[in-house]
Design a protein. Structure first.
Length: 281
């Protein structure tokens, strides 16, 4: 029963990432989906909330699609890159080939797996994993390498480290394929056709207003306008096309080989299902 003073429940509960990279994807989204509720959180928490049924649709870490075969990808909008991404870095205290411990930002799921894939592929390194709490800075851990993501990875150079990897750059260099960090995922029972057009349209509006968004977000974050604009316009890719799907498939295969995800994964799009080209061995 709904009492007169109570607001009706939202028609759709949407969760988006609370980082700068998401702003173009939700530009005007609530105008396109009247009655929907939009909340923001860290990527890992969005995945947990979608799994718990607290959200209907979320901008979820792409790796979680392999862990939740019941979810569907419901938009061609994504957070990805086709080169250096700027906001996903591993900071090294020693040469990568000598890394024995890796601290992973607890806000991340996809980048956490990507860091392990790249270290294994480049150097055969399988470090012991340590958590880096979301609110902790890299200097709070003594790990040989530290994964940092989001706005804090953009704004700081982190003096005192041996070196750093931009994980987008490292992936593209190794595979010649783009990388996808997050996708719009829906739980079972959500009408994908109803929301796909709105999610795609919000992305398109965001891209068309990218300079205005950069101006607004520079004022909000304190990051220089030129850097925000370069990040949003040049470093990020918001379009999930065929090569992005191939990149996801390649990433999932390698993650499965390293037992980071179940071996029998499947990319499930609401328009079609994309299976691995061959069994994981």
């Amino acid at each position: 029963m709904t009492f007169p003073h109570e607001a009706p429940p939202p028609s759709l509960r949407i969760g988006a990432v609370s980082y700068l990279n998401t702003v173009p994807l939700v530009r005007g989204l609530l105008e396109l989906l009247p009655g929907a509720e939009l909340s923001f959180d860290h990527p890992s928490r969005l995945a947990d909330r979608l799994a718990a049924g607290e959200l209907d649709v979320a901008l979820a870490p792409s790796i979680e699609i392999a862990r939740h075969p019941e979810w569907s990808i419901v938009s061609t909008a994504c957070i990805g890159c086709r080169g250096p991404v700027l906001s996903v870095k591993v900071l090294f205290r020693k040469p990568p080939s000598s890394v024995r411990t890796l601290a992973l930002d607890e806000g991340s799921r996809t980048s956490a797996a990507l860091a392990q894939v790249l270290l294994a592929d480049r150097f055969g390194v399988r470090p012991r994993i340590e958590p880096l709490p979301i609110d902790c800075t890299p200097d709070k851990t003594a790990a040989d390498a530290v994964l940092v993501i989001g706005d804090r990875a953009i704004r700081s150079e982190y003096a005192g480290f041996y070196g750093a990897w931009d994980l987008g750059e490292e992936w593209v260099r190794a595979t010649r394929l783009p990388f996808v960090f997050a996708v719009w995922a829906a739980r079972p029972g959500v009408d994908a056709a109803e929301i796909e057009a709105a999610l795609d349209a919000a992305r398109d509006r965001g891209r068309s207003e990218i300079e205005q968004i950069a101006l607004e977000q520079s004022a909000r974050t304190g990051i220089p306008f030129d850097l925000v604009l370069r990040y949003l316009r040049d470093s990020l890719n918001f379009q999930l096309d065929e090569r992005e799907r191939l990149g996801l498939d390649r990433f999932f295969r390698r993650a499965a080989q390293l037992a980071l995800i179940p071996p029998a994964f499947q990319l499930r799009f609401h328009d079609c299902n994309v299976k691995p080209e061959q069994p994981i061995g």
